[in-house]
Design a protein around this ligand. Structure first.
Ligand code: FPP
Length: 239
């Protein structure tokens, strides 16, 4: 399939692991495991299409409220992925980055993330951003706090407070340096942003599908990108 335009940055809210498992009479955790397979497939598809940035919402700040057994399983999956997927990143020139708070995240995961980020920091073909222990409101608050601290510092030094425009604020967010998402995909029929990249999605195109995340594979990628290629992005202007 030839497409007119490929999104530079695709962001995905991977939803429906639990329902996928329940439909099969399986434990929710099995659904997350199958979801991790879709993550690998998703990286491969993004490479096939030449997507430069792929952002995946893997664990939200709110997910701590799930039963301990499920939270532990998601932490183990993250740890396993850091080890098992290293080869995929090294073989395919994929830069790996994690966006989110470190508070509450097990030490061995923080260490594993740091090592994988370091090992892939010069890779250029694609950047995979895994949003882990992340929320959009947290990101906006931490950016505002950083700005407030710089104002306080200037006042203390008897200088003018630093200016702040949209671009400056972009630079204070945890996604600093990453272009805003062009396309946001959410699976499983839910149509919400759920505290994902609130600031960054101001002009993002949304694509919703009823397919559960563990079933989101090659065919679904093609449908999402085909839909995007037919969109006319006007950014509030007239064309
Ligand atoms: C949403 O499905 C999915 C998540 C909360 C976790 C996403 C995790 C993965 C795709 C597995 C890979 C994970 C890591 C950490 C690398 P849900 O549980 O909300 O599904 P439901 O709405 O059907 O209950």
């Amino acid at each position: 399939m030839t497409l007119d335009n490929i999104p530079r940055h695709v962001a995905i809210i991977m939803d429906g692991n639990g329902r996928w498992a329940r439909q099969r009479g399986l434990n929710r955790i099995f659904g997350h495991r199958q979801g991790a397979e879709s993550v690998r497939e998703c990286c491969k598809q993004a490479l096939v299409y030449g997507v430069e940035y792929l952002s995946l919402f893997a664990f939200s700040e709110e997910n701590w409220g799930r039963p301990k057994e499920e939270v532990d399983a998601l932490m183990s999956l993250m740890l396993d992925s850091l080890i098992n997927e290293k080869k995929l990143f090294l073989d395919n020139d994929i830069r790996f980055r994690v966006i989110g708070k470190t508070d509450g995240v097990p030490e061995e995961i923080i260490r594993g993330i740091g090592e994988l980020e370091e090992a892939t920091k010069d890779f250029k073909t694609m950047t995979l951003l895994v949003f882990f222990n992340y929320s959009g409101k947290w990101d906006i608050v931490q950016a505002a706090s950083a700005y407030a601290a710089s104002v306080a510092e200037a006042v203390r030094a008897g200088e003018n407070p630093p200016a702040l425009d949209r671009g400056d604020f972009d630079g204070l967010l945890a996604t600093s340096g990453v272009p805003d998402p062009d396309l946001l995909i959410r699976t499983s029929g839910e149509k919400r942003l759920s505290n994902f990249m609130l600031w960054q999605c101001a002009y993002t195109e949304f694509y919703f599908t009823d397919v559960f995340w563990p079933d989101f594979r090659e065919k679904e990628w093609a449908s999402a990108l085909e839909s995007y290629s037919n969109r006319e992005r006007r950014y509030g202007k007239i064309k």
